[in-house]
Write a protein that binds this ligand. Structure first.
Ligand SMILES: Cc1cc2nc3c(=O)[nH]c(=O)nc-3n(C[C@H](O)[C@H](O)[C@H](O)COP(=O)(O)OP(=O)(O)OC[C@H]3O[C@@H](n4cnc5c(N)ncnc54)[C@H](O)[C@@H]3O)c2cc1C
Length: 524
């Protein structure tokens, strides 16, 4: 009897996906699955999203990675609509202020555009030979100078989602979740149930059979996606999948977030996220067309809330006369991730899978990558789901580890004093893989050989921007190899100078392009 039941269950096709949670993660997963698997078609996958009216979404997460362009295009959203509805603006990378020494002139860029000539030759030794006054990002790519000039990454004639300079977005997280909800329910065939899940019911063999809710009864499904945020209701609470705490590597666990009006509403909109180091964390500053999103993220073991708030308000007072009046919202989180993400017929995406910290906006890109892999590998039936789950878990454990290494790099290279920064540099807090790579990079620059998977979240060029932006030294290689030829590298630098001049002259400002799109839209 048991065997017969199990066989029936194993062969049962996966037809109905139930997503729990209506934050950015839930709606992005719903959109990607519904678009790829034709939820509007009678034979397509059925997709239901259950969202609690009692549990608010986290409401932060306003910086994306360039992958978001492809995600929005794929789910059929127009870029014009997205930018208008979500108070969206263009992000071309991050600027790090005060991370190396804290001096007034201490800043470097991590732009999205790859160095000119990257992959053809080793550009680092030629840059190191040049005067140190030439900033690494400026020598390598035009993008940091576009950011300094407040330029947009494209022209008014550039079609939707196409770019002159690679870009991501800054957006209003609340408006983004609402737009995705409307798009998913009205155009992509996602069924939306506003109800609180109270109980998880198992099948005989231990899978999830259905979810009980406060008002709308039982909801059965074949695959359950846990997007319940930090509570991780299905994967963490129901299945008891453990949490891997990363607090000893990445110390930040508290954030104070504020929405800040512009004193000059027609002034520039920053083309980059500005990350400013503080005594025990850093302040993010994200420019939207109608306001800024600013927050201080810090380690509660190294700084108390009052000091953190005072430093945030002091930062705000440099641009706003009423900095003492802004409401500040406190968020606490535990940096880390689940031991695995897909267990039986349940997969966690978003905060329910884990969260490290806001640095480099790595959370939403993981949501996109997770949703894409679930969609591409959508198991035909329960029998092969465990195989897919195994691959998913291996792939994402690798990704979390690489992100942890990359984020930690920003702290390890700092020369700042104070307990938080010295603790960050102590060997026992640095992952083994990062320690080994730092040793290797003393003799050769980061390259694609260091990162072995397709779709790495942060490519080796990102490591170079951070490493050399923060003053790391790599020994000069022998110059007889073409790959290390300073002559060829210098040709690329000269070409980059020319492109920079051309783009600086030809691109509108970020503000001009956003206002143009509000009034006229972008061409398709
Ligand atoms: C300070 C901070 C800054 C951040 N900045 C960035 C950034 O710049 N870039 C970036 O990529 N990411 C950032 N993130 C992360 C980003 O905010 C999240 O990854 C993103 O918002 C997705 O959240 P979520 O949907 O997983 O969870 P949530 O937004 O918390 O949504 C959880 C959902 O689950 C529902 N739910 C919970 N329990 C139940 C239940 N029992 N029944 C039914 N529904 C339920 C809730 O109603 C809600 O809809 C930041 C996070 C923090 C803390």
């Amino acid at each position: 009897m048991q065997t017969a039941y199990w066989c029936v269950t194993l062969n049962k096709p996966v037809k109905h996906i139930v997503i729990v949670g209506g934050g950015t993660a839930g709606w992005l997963v719903a959109g990607i699955l519904a678009a790829d698997h034709k939820a509007t078609h009678k034979d397509g996958l059925k997709i239901t999203l259950i969202e609690s009216p009692d549990v608010p979404t986290i409401g932060v997460g306003e910086g994306t990675w360039p992958t978001m362009r492809d995600t929005l295009r794929k789910i059929g959203l127009s870029e014009t609509e997205f930018l208008r509805e979500c108070d969206g603006s263009f992000k071309q990378g991050s600027r790090f202020d005060g991370w190396v020494t804290g001096a007034a002139d201490d800043h470097y860029y991590h732009p999205f555009v790859l160095p000119n000539g990257y992959g053809d030759v080793n550009l680092v030794p030629a840059w190191q030979q040049m005067s140190k006054s030439t900033n690494f990002a400026v020598a390598m790519s035009f993008q940091s100078r576009l950011c300094e000039a407040g330029k947009a990454p494209k022209q008014i004639t550039t079609p939707e989602y196409a770019a002159v300079a690679n870009y991501a977005y800054h957006l209003d997280a609340g408006k983004f979740a609402r737009l995705l909800q409307r798009h998913c329910t009205e155009r992509l065939g996602v069924r939306h149930i506003l109800d609180h899940v109270t109980t998880v019911n198992d099948t005989e063999d231990g899978d999830i059979a259905s979810l009980d809710t406060k008002k709308s009864g039982l909801h059965a499904g074949d695959l359950f996606v846990d997007c319940t945020g930090m509570s991780s209701m299905l994967l963490g609470m129901h299945f008891g999948v453990g949490f891997v705490d990363k607090q000893k590597v990445l110390f930040n666990n508290t954030a104070l977030a504020a929405q800040v009006p512009y004193e000059n509403v027609e002034g520039p909109v920053a083309s980059q996220t500005i990350s400013t180091a503080t005594d025990a964390g850093w302040i993010w500053d994200i420019g939207l067309p109608t306001r800024r999103g600013v927050g201080h993220v810090y380690s509660s073991a190294h700084m108390d809330d009052e000091t953190a708030e005072r430093q945030l308000r002091s930062y705000l007072s440099t641009t706003n006369s009423s900095a003492d009046d802004f409401a500040v919202r406190k968020l606490s989180f535990q940096p880390g991730h689940r031991e695995k993400f897909w267990h039986r017929n349940c997969v966690a995406v978003g905060m329910s899978a884990g969260f490290l910290e806001p640095l480099e906006a790595s959370a939403l890109v993981l949501v996109e990558l997770s949703a894409n892999m679930i969609s591409q590998e959508m198991p035909a039936n329960r029998q092969i789901m465990d195989m897919v789950a195994k691959r998913f878990n291996e792939r994402f454990l690798y990704r979390w580890d690489r992100i942890i290494d990359f984020l930690k790099l920003h702290y390890v290279l700092s020369k700042r004093t104070g307990e938080y920064w010295t603790d960050n540099r102590s060997n026992e807090t640095i992952p083994d893989q990062l320690q080994a790579l730092l040793e290797l990079w003393r003799f050769q620059p980061p390259s694609a050989q260091d990162l072995t998977q397709i779709e790495e979240v942060f490519p080796s060029a990102s490591y170079q921007y951070v490493l050399y932006g923060m003053g790391f030294e790599t020994a000069a290689p022998p110059t007889y190899r073409r790959r290390d030829s300073a002559e060829v590298a210098k040709q690329y630098f000269a070409e980059n100078d020319k492109i920079t001049t051309k783009y600086l002259a030809g691109l509108p400002s970020n503000r001009e392009l956003i206002e143009h799109i509000k009034a006229n839209g972008l061409p398709h």
